[in-house]
Design a protein around this ligand. Structure first.
Ligand SMILES: [Zn+2]
Length: 309
């Protein structure tokens, strides 16, 4: 592991401020593995960066929580991205996470709102609409792995459950939730992910199914003050488990001037010339953290020289 990178990551962390963390557990008989995460602080941070509507906060918060849990299955240092591409007013929800507990994301139309659904909940399903869930995993190979499944509900948790079952042939259950305060800040966010190992027995499976059925809303459990440990105690009721790992998670963007410059090199030169003509400079904003990068005419010329060599 690169030490400088570690320090950089550490500098971006807001330790102990948010209290967000993720735990990984396994049942005593090794039939089930489970993850739970509390993301209230980082979803609030995402809300402030993207100025999301309550509907967009809920969708993004669920996706961020899901991405962190999916990423915790990865091997060292790699990352995953989840893209919920739908025909609803939110248009697209993206979340990227790595094994170190860093996550970032955005909603294409972050101001979109819809009336509450019949149960008085935020209408995430309709907000995302019909479409596709795209899962990309950078496993350090030349080409990243990419899997796609149709969205079955647009609720995010159900869509991830379907993805694991259909695309990775791993029976899973994903529950994610976000509760928004009246002042639009985030009251609670988090989730759980349960996976069955091939040797899981019928008895454990049906107990798990009953437990999950009994949980109406993950948000409400977190809102009751439940920690990730307590959340798993609820989901894995009647099953013995031990916690293998506990780690802090945080909203963190890894964009940099160098990465943006590399993106510019891939753009149509005509487009860049147009921007230079109109504004005398090129300005590129990061989707994930709203940071803006400016390149002068001289810098652009230097970059183009670099790409010719
Ligand atoms: Zn950024």
């Amino acid at each position: 592991m690169n030490v400088t990178e570690e320090i950089k990551r550490g500098a971006g962390k807001e330790k102990n401020q948010s209290g967000d963390y993720l735990i990984r557990a396994i049942t005593g008989d090794r039939q089930i593995r489970a993850i739970a995460v509390k993301t209230t602080g980082l979803v609030e941070k995402a809300r402030q960066i993207h100025r999301t509507s309550p509907l967009a906060s809920a969708a993004l918060g669920r996706a961020l929580s899901g991405a962190l849990m999916v990423a915790s299955f990865l091997k060292s240092g790699k990352e995953i991205s989840l893209t919920f591409q739908g025909d609803g007013p939110l248009k697209r929800v993206v979340a990227e996470a790595d094994l170190n507990g860093n996550v970032r994301g955005y909603v294409k139309n972050s101001g979109a709102n819809l009336p509450m659904d019949q149960e008085g909940k935020l209408a995430v399903s309709r907000g995302i609409g019909r479409g596709t869930l795209i899962v990309r995993k950078d496993l350090g190979l030349k080409e990243p792995y990419e899997g796609q499944v149709p969205l079955i509900s647009g609720e995010i948790g159900e869509d991830l459950t379907y993805y694991f079952t259909k695309s990775e042939q791993t029976p899973s259950s994903v529950g994610v939730g976000v509760l928004v305060n009246a002042d639009l800040s985030i009251a609670a966010a988090g989730g759980f992910l349960i996976q069955l190992f091939p040797e899981a027995e019928e008895q454990a499976i049906s107990r798990l199914e009953n437990n999950i059925k009994a949980i109406k809303s993950v948000s409400s459990l977190i809102e009751q003050g439940m920690s990730p440990e307590e959340l798993l105690t609820e989901v894995l009721k009647g099953l013995k488990f031990r916690i293998m790992e506990s780690k802090e998670v945080q909203y963190s963007c890894r964009c940099s001037r160098e990465r943006v410059a590399a993106l510019l090199a891939g753009l149509d030169p005509e487009e860049i010339n147009q921007m230079l003509k109109e504004q005398g400079r090129v300005e590129v904003g990061c989707h994930f953290c709203d940071k803006s990068y400016e390149f002068s005419r001289e810098e652009i010329e230097k970059l183009e020289l670099g790409s010719d060599n």
